[in-house]
Design a protein around this ligand. Sequence first.
Ligand code: FES
Length: 278
Amino acid sequence: MSADDKYPEESGRRRFVKGVVGGSALAGVGAVGTVTVNSATASPGSGGGTTQAWAIQNTAGPAPRGMPQIPLEVDDEGYVKGIWPDVETVSQGGRQVQVAEMDLGGSTYTSEWFQYCGVEGYQGIQPGYESDNYFRSDSAPPYDWQSSSKEQGDRFHVDDFDDYTEWGNGIGTAGVGKPATGTWRSQDAEDVIPVQVLRSPRIEEAAQNDEWLQASTDQGFIAWLNKCTHFCCVPGYKQSDSAARFGGADGVYCQCHQSVYDPFSIVQTLFTARPRPD
Ligand code: FES
């Protein structure tokens, strides 16, 4: 794993430190010391500022950085679910706000990783949104295996990916990973959070000696928020014959302006998360 990106790394670990976002200062923000209060009275808004996310690396095209990884686990019955950070209420600028943030695999994992491209306003990104966090099949999957075996809303099971060391669809190299497209934290929500799930022997191997990947992947499964960091299109892993022309045959390719991401290169990326609306 490398830790490079188009932005310099932040030094030191951030803890609830908020900055200036989009020209509007969040005056007085920078709460330290977590104070738990009745969360029913806390605002879902605020948050945002500088955050450092783990991401699938952007390797080509105009995208400014990688797409954020969604930590996950396989449950006792074999279903794949995302991990949502712990929700707590903190005091920021004299008011109580909810945050979703936790230590995971030696890093600080926060909902701010997903706060860009308008996703910061989605219900599923609000810290207290009620969800079982399972990834679910979407309405029009681009993969034959998925469209023939999964209904919209079905959860993904490890057995769906049994052939992950051989699977291929004629794009790029077979056997590097079996993908699915889906949604996360979007049931009963107006806006759907698009995700891509991939089970890969490369991820399984990389996780053996990496604290972050051990904590955020499981049995070779990895997932990311599938929103291009350029202009917010939904890219695809092995979904376009055109990807090869831009070096993305085994990568994640965005058809809008030809950005390419490498799902086997997980890097830290520093960016300014947008604040959640109240
Ligand atoms: S490359 Fe422009 S939106 Fe993805």
